[in-house]
Write a protein of this length. Structure first.
Length: 253
């Protein structure tokens, strides 16, 4: 499979004693929309590597269909090129699905995983999600995502291609096999919100399927607890409440 040369950027303290923290954004997002509030809170004490997945932000769309395993291999190629690892990984939504695939496919590259609002079963989504996605058009892409992509890609058609890639990715989404999840040896924190688009009981199921997992369900919605731009609308309150739990997990021996 052809690799997509992903945009990547470093933030934070390059001399931090902590392992590098890899950030993998969710669908429709850029580094800025997903991590704009989080980066200033973690960069003072950690070396942070943020990437943009196929067709998002400053990364090209390529000619292949989007897939979670393909994106995981793209990310692994970035880590190999930079000569870093094992890293801690924080992935949100589609980025959480990529993070789990990365841990399964490239175990030596990953130390710990935070899988945030990441569904691994189609049945995990709330009622109406799949019908809404099937009926969705580019006009439904929220303006903050469209504007953020245009600001960095400088190509009006790039956001449309991003929307198509993400929509096709999710419509073709198949349940992650139990064997794949059972193969993930990295300690994993499964995080979700009590009013997420992913059912809270799914987070419990996912944690039970992983060999070494902890579970954190926080009050909030899909991504507000990470400061995601659309969900948090610039309010860091939920992020500030949740981040200490994530960092405590990453810092555990």
């Amino acid at each position: 499979m052809d690799r997509i040369p992903l945009h990547r950027e470093w933030h934070g303290d390059p001399d931090s004693p902590h392992p590098p923290l890899l950030l993998i954004h969710g669908g429709g997002s850029t580094i800025e929309t997903n991590w704009g509030l989080l980066l200033p809170l973690v960069a003072p004490t950690r070396s942070v590597l943020a990437v943009e997945l196929q067709g998002h932000g400053r990364s090209p769309s390529g000619d292949r269909p989007a897939s979670f395993d393909g994106s995981a291999d793209d990310v692994a190629a970035v880590l190999a090129e930079l000569g870093v690892g094992p890293v801690d990984v924080l992935g949100f939504s589609n980025g959480g699905q990529v993070a789990l695939q990365l841990a399964a496919r490239h175990p030596s590259a990953v130390r710990r995983v935070v899988a945030a609002s990441a569904p691994v079963r189609r049945a995990a989504m709330i009622d109406g999600f799949w019908d809404g996605l099937a009926a969705g058009t580019f006009a439904d892409l929220p303006a903050p995502y469209r504007d953020a992509d245009l600001a960095v890609s400088r190509d009006p058609e790039h956001a449309r291609r991003m929307f198509d890639l993400d929509r096709e990715l999710m419509l073709s989404f198949a349940d992650f096999p139990d064997e794949l999840l059972a193969s993930i040896t990295a300690p994993t924190l499964v995080v979700g919100a009590d009013r997420d688009v992913v059912r809270a009981e799914h987070f419990v199921e996912l944690a039970a399927l992983l060999p070494d997992a902890r579970l954190l369900i926080v009050p909030g919605t899909h991504g507000d607890y990470l400061g995601e731009r659309l969900a948090a609308a610039g309010d860091p309150t939920s992020l500030r409440r949740t981040l200490p739990h994530i960092l405590a997990f990453l810092d555990a021996a």
